[in-house]
Design a protein around this ligand. Structure first.
Ligand code: NAD
Length: 342
């Protein structure tokens, strides 16, 4: 049991944390204006998870820990139901937690993971979207929303130069949802905020919230003025078509061959030690030089059939992937300070 909590104290604290987190989720996902830093949010989230783990009688399907993103019921945009739900990710805050994740999945699939190892990617701090291509043509683009239903932002996504209207090559499946992240580079973000401040408009807290806000504009001409970028890293297909890739690594190569930009600095790691080394290099050497924000790395079991076998917990958390979160970026804390002064 969580030492600090007997049952009634735990119920009280859980209610308090749920209210705080529900408000933070609304500010972050719906208003695009968070009042907590991500590190503060993650700390409260983990505290609630620990209480729910130690007090199963307090578990609740409506808890912020059981949700993906936020409902889009009140949105001014049309709704889109995803082919396959868009999930969230569990976090590993250090090497020991990453090792625990690896041990959990090995209890289910044994050493089969050693055959193709892990695919390690940057965790781009943007807004998740899904692009549906039919016969190679972009038909629908949608936000993640609550994971099952997102907002239709097709017209807005068409304004982003990184999002191809038509896929290159020809070995793509007839229908495919390509998933990835819309984000803003620091340069574009700072320029945009300076212009907003000069015009007396409120500035955005960070590039992530700014990108999410720009993506959900009513008028695509407004989105077109924003310096949005896109990187793709995942897919969903209806039925069981034959695919030109069998691993996450090959998927990224296929996406690139179809004209979809993919995360730089990725690495195919045969062992967990190699994954740790990659994460250290990204955190210490690569992140300070990147032109965009990341909030960690994502470690994925490389073989796609193993991903399917491992599945998704509670419709929310894939067992086959984990976010290796880094210490909060000082730049983000600074930007929140600026926001407070405006
Ligand atoms: P998440 O951001 O921790 O992880 C899932 C998301 O990672 C995916 O949906 C995808 O959009 C993204 N991602 C980026 N690169 C990826 C890659 N290469 N492969 C796979 N996915 C990739 O989960 P979440 O549910 O989107 O958000 C939770 C996080 O959001 C929290 O940990 C917190 O940091 C932040 N948050 C902050 C506040 C706040 O008030 N500051 C509120 C809500 C959420």
């Amino acid at each position: 049991m969580t030492p600090a909590h007997d049952s009634s104290a735990a119920a009280g604290r859980a209610a308090e944390l749920r209210a705080l987190l529900a408000r933070a989720q609304h500010e972050y996902y719906v208003l695009d204006r968070p009042s907590l830093s991500d590190a503060e949010y993650d700390k409260l989230f983990r505290e609630l998870q620990a209480i729910e783990r130690d007090h199963p009688e307090l578990r609740d399907a409506d808890s912020p820990t059981a949700r993906v993103g936020a409902d889009v019921g009140d949105s001014h945009l049309a709704k889109h139901t995803h082919l396959v739900p868009m999930a969230s990710l569990d976090n590993a805050f250090d090497e020991a937690e990453l090792q625990e994740w690896d041990q959990r999945l090995r209890r289910l699939v044994g050493d089969a993971v050693d055959k193709d190892g892990y695919c390690c990617e940057l965790k781009i701090d943007g807004a998740a979207v899904s692009l549906t291509y039919v016969n190679g043509e972009l038909k629908i683009g949608a936000t993640r929303g609550n994971g099952r239903v997102g907002e239709d932002v097709t017209a807005n996504l068409r304004t982003i130069a990184d999002v191809p209207r038509r896929l290159e090559g020809k070995d793509w499946p007839e229908t495919i949802e390509i998933r990835g992240e819309v984000y803003m580079e620091f340069d574009g973000f700072e320029r945009m905020n300076r212009e907003r401040a000069a015009a007396g408009a409120p500035v955005f807290a960070n590039p992530r919230n700014s990108a999410a806000g720009a993506l959900r504009q009513k008028d695509p001409r407004e989105t077109a003025k924003k310096p949005l970028r896109f990187l793709g890293y995942a897919f969903a297909v209806p039925g069981n078509p034959s695919l030109p890739f069998t691993t996450q690594w090959e998927l990224l190569e296929s996406l690139a061959s179809w004209g979809i930009p993919t995360p730089p600095h990725r690495r195919h790691c045969p062992t967990l030690d190699a994954v740790h080394a990659w994460a250290r290099e990204i955190e210490n050497t690569i992140r300070p030089e990147l032109p965009f924000a990341i909030d960690g790395g994502v470690v994925k079991v490389n073989r796609l059939t193993l991903q399917t076998e491992l599945g998704v917990v509670g419709g929310r958390i894939p067992r086959w992937a984990v976010a290796r979160k880094f210490a909060p970026d000082i730049a983000e804390t600074k930007l929140l300070d600026i926001e407070v002064q405006v």
